[in-house]
Design a protein around this ligand. Structure first.
Ligand SMILES: [Fe+2]
Ligand SMILES: [Fe+2]
Length: 289
């Protein structure tokens, strides 16, 4: 099964920290996915769908995703609001199936999708409370031999990008890892939040974070590094899910990466070869991912 992943769309009505309208980037990513061959079976959208959780932002998101020609599943991130999200996507009944949380199982594919809600309303960190962890354990116990992918917004590991790790720490991640480690059928734990492509072993599987379709977070591993966005082009992941042999590809939104991009459209800036570091745009103190 081919699963595409996009994340951290941060749709808002004004330009983001990079000066680009997030919905423009999303639509370019959607163009890529619609042209991708072979066509992915499913797109998972791993949270921070909007920047402020506003109904108008979800309306923009709904219109943009209406151009995606592939079925898609949504989860919430720390920038989302559950009820406006549900109201904007009434045809996505699974958004209401998890009670208080937006979490669900989708058994309509060769790979079972288990979506977990890691968000805390009004806060940027994540949490897997006892109720959510028990729900996860129960779902995984249902089909221990079925190839499964878990999706959630906050990564269950430290990345070394310290300001992001501090902002996005996931309470309950040790217990999460213990539950995951009990199952050999989980091919991936697919996350967002980091606005970068990052991979870490968690339990007996790999957990990863996906680039944003909006801004990217600077790779700054210094002890006193700053949280900044940069001019890296947006991207997405394509997961070729096979039992015991899943492969993940990091793809760049091709239109933005091309030097042939026509003027007047958002365009990525390239770093000088062998030269100094590319100039980064300081993102200001309020850029939690
Ligand atoms: Fe986030
Ligand atoms: Fe984000």
């Amino acid at each position: 099964m081919l699963i595409a992943q996009i994340s951290d769309l941060h749709i808002q009505e004004r330009p983001g920290p990079d000066g680009v309208m997030a919905v423009d980037h999303l639509e370019l990513a959607i163009d890529d996915l619609n042209r991708f061959e072979p066509r992915p079976d499913l797109v998972v959208v791993t949270g921070d769908l909007t920047n402020n959780g506003l109904p108008a932002e979800y309306a923009m998101l709904h219109a943009a995703l209406g151009k995606l020609e592939i079925p898609y599943l949504l989860i919430a991130g720390n920038h989302d609001s559950r009820e406006p999200l549900r109201e904007a996507f009434p045809e996505h009944a699974y958004l209401r199936s998890g009670g208080e949380f937006i979490q669900y199982v989708d058994d309509n594919w060769p790979v079972r999708i288990v979506a977990l809600d890691s968000t805390v309303p009004g806060r940027h960190h994540g949490e897997l409370c006892p109720a959510r962890l028990q729900w996860l354990a129960d779902r995984l116990a249902e089909k221990p031999d079925q190839t499964t992918v878990v999706i959630m917004h906050h990564p269950p590991f430290d990345t070394g990008i310290l300001p992001m790790d501090a902002l996005g720490i996931l309470a309950g991640r040790e217990e999460f890892a213990r539950i995951i480690a009990q199952h050999s059928n989980i091919e991936r734990v697919l996350c967002g939040h980091m606005h970068r492509s990052i991979v870490c072993r968690v339990g007996n599987t790999l957990a990863s974070t996906c680039p944003g379709t909006a801004h990217q977070v600077e790779l700054d591993l210094r002890e006193h590094g700053r949280l900044t966005s940069n001019a890296e082009p947006p991207g997405y992941h394509v997961h070729w899910v096979r039992p015991g042999a899943t492969v993940t590809h990091h793809a760049v939104v091709s239109y933005l990466a091309s030097p042939l991009s026509p003027p007047g459209r958002p365009k990525a800036k390239s770093a000088p070869l062998g030269g100094s570091k590319p100039k980064v745009q300081r993102a200001g103190p309020s850029l939690p991912a």
